[in-house]
Ligand binder design. Structure first.
Ligand code: NI
Length: 394
């Protein structure tokens, strides 16, 4: 049997795990129950398991029958602080916490892939390093795992990550070389003026008017500074001004996010971001404090590894559409692993409109078509096996 047929045979196992994780979602670095199940399942397969990496991360090594390269498979486990509204029978039992990005699926896919690879151990020349990561959602799980040595002993030669993808239906695969997810920054801006009476504005310095001009002017960075052939986003998403209708406040704060693919675009946007804010604020008599924090680098797929995964996918799922130029302005901390280890981040279509499984990621009604589970598990396992034997032209 091939990987796909075997993954289909594991469907009940994979679905049961996914639904169990979905029922019991856990926020970043609190995936205690989830990590316990992961470790138990991996130990049952006879793997050498390390727990407690970055608090709740789990790592396991699967040795093939002969020596060879090391391929790392990474799966994220954390949920989001969202109140679930799916009405599913397996809906979250934890108020305000929900698997709204599909990481429940990723964890189950990882455990299914581990089973598939153990069954094919005799054919593997090399080592599979299975990494179950906590806290992908902006809390720094990947960076902490790296700091705690997950990329050493043994150091992976290649890495793979996977995301179920509700933007596209089941039967679609996104396996594209180059940047596929954006570099993200979080910014906080404080615009300081001088408070006063709302009816006597000439004796105040109004930071509300200044902020309005700044936010409008920031939109000129993407439209007037970044090349029309390159990609960037500047979004102001929160704003806090005064508390009373007749008081000009002394300061305004706003925050948001910047997304880019290319490092040179990122540098340009950040430079203009500071210049526009300071310049507009000063011209209106205000002062501005700008704080920009890095969220993640861009996820950049290695050309050769991506080509290998594309060949595996075309063999494994010949009826599927393989997009070779998909990308999203979302960000992913898989980028930190892929900055050190060449790899490929794969998107597996999981939308099903007829069944209402089509809400966007991070939406309270997010749910996906579970037919994506065996497809993703088979693709990840077969790609790993590909690196360690048949598709050995890497
Ligand atoms: Ni996600």
């Amino acid at each position: 049997m091939g990987y796909l047929e075997e993954a289909e045979e594991l469907f009940d196992y994979t679905q049961a795990l996914r639904r169990d994780f979905h029922l019991h979602p856990e926020l970043g670095f609190k995936e205690v129950r989830t990590a316990g199940i992961v470790a138990r399942e991996l130990r049952e397969l006879g793997l050498e398991v390390t727990t407690g990496v970055a608090d709740t991360g789990v790592m396991a090594l699967l040795e093939g029958s002969s020596p060879g390269p090391v391929v790392m498979l990474r799966f994220d486990m954390d949920a989001l602080p969202i109140q679930e509204q799916t009405g599913a029978e397996y809906a979250s039992v934890h108020p305000g916490v929900m698997h709204a990005c599909g990481h429940d699926g990723h964890t189950a896919i990882g455990l299914a892939a581990a089973r598939l690879l153990v069954a094919h151990r005799q054919e593997l020349a090399g080592t599979v390093k299975l990494v179950f990561q906590p806290a992908e959602e902006g809390l720094g799980g990947a960076e902490r795992m790296i700091a705690e040595g997950v990329l050493e002993q043994p150091r992976p030669d290649y890495c793979l990550g996977v995301h179920v993808w509700n933007d596209q239906p089941v039967g679609w695969l996104g396996i594209a070389p180059g940047p596929v997810m954006a570099a993200g920054e979080i910014f906080q801006v404080r615009v300081k003026g001088q408070g006063g009476h709302g009816a006597i504005p000439h004796l105040a310095v109004d930071p509300v008017v200044a902020s309005a001009h700044i936010i409008t002017a920031l939109q000129s960075i993407v439209s007037r500074n970044v090349s029309p052939l390159h990609t960037a986003v500047v979004s102001v998403t929160t704003m806090k001004a005064g508390d009373a209708f007749n008081v000009i406040p002394s300061e305004v704060t706003f925050s948001g996010t910047i997304r880019t693919f290319l490092p040179e675009t990122r540098d340009l946007v950040l430079q203009r971001f500071h210049e526009v804010i300071t310049g507009v604020a000063n011209s209106l008599g205000c002062e501005a404090e700008v704080d920009v924090q890095k969220l993640t680098p861009a996820v950049i797929n290695d050309t050769q590894i991506t080509a290998c995964v594309q060949r595996v996918a075309a063999d494994l799922l010949p009826g599927d559409t393989i997009s070779q130029d998909c990308a999203t302005m979302g960000s992913e901390d898989m980028a930190y692993f892929m900055r050190e280890i060449p790899g490929c981040f794969i998107f597996v279509g999981s939308r099903n409109e007829e069944e209402g499984l089509d809400a966007a990621h991070h939406h309270p009604r997010f749910d996906f078509d579970e037919r994506a589970l065996p497809r993703a598990a088979a693709l990840v396992a077969a790609s790993a096996a590909g690196f360690l034997n048949a598709y050995g032209d890497l």
